[in-house]
Design a protein around this ligand. Structure first.
Ligand SMILES: [Zn+2]
Length: 105
C-alpha cells in the first residue's frame, strides 16, 4: 500500500505520513497532533508518480476525497502532480536519447 504524506490545515503540523489503502480507506486521515480531519494530501518525493495513468488515477482519487472547500488544495496538488510528470518526462527523454545512441552502435 502506498504511503502518502499529509499536512494539517488546522494546526502547525506541516507533514505527516499515513499508510493509505488503494481501494478503501477504513478510517479518515487525522492529524496526529490535533486530531483534525481537515488535512490535505501532499505528493511525496519518494512516492513520485511514475506514469500518466497513475497520475490520472491519483487525481480521480483526490477528487473523490475532497469537498468543495478543499478545491484550493486540490489545485495545489494538481500542480505538484504536473511537476512530477514533468520530472518523469525529462527522465524519459534522457532514456530515449540513451536508447537512440545505443542503436547507432
Ligand atoms: Zn493538526
Amino acid at each position: 500500500m502506498p504511503i502518502y504524506e499529509f499536512a494539517c490545515n488546522e494546526c502547525s503540523t506541516k507533514r505527516f505520513s499515513e499508510l493509505v489503502g488503494v481501494l478503501a480507506q477504513p478510517s479518515p486521515i487525522q492529524c496526529p497532533k490535533c486530531g483534525s480531519q481537515n488535512v490535505r494530501k501532499l505528493v511525496s518525493r519518494f512516492a513520485r508518480i511514475r506514469s500518466l495513468d497513475e497520475s490520472l488515477e491519483n487525481l480521480a482519487d483526490m477528487a473523490d476525497r475532497v469537498d468543495d472547500k478543499s478545491l484550493k488544495s486540490v489545485r495545489g496538488l494538481m500542480k505538484e502532480v504536473a511537476g512530477g510528470m514533468g520530472d518523469d518526462m525529462s527522465t524519459d527523454d534522457v532514456e530515449e536519447m540513451i536508447e537512440a545512441a545505443s542503436e547507432l552502435e
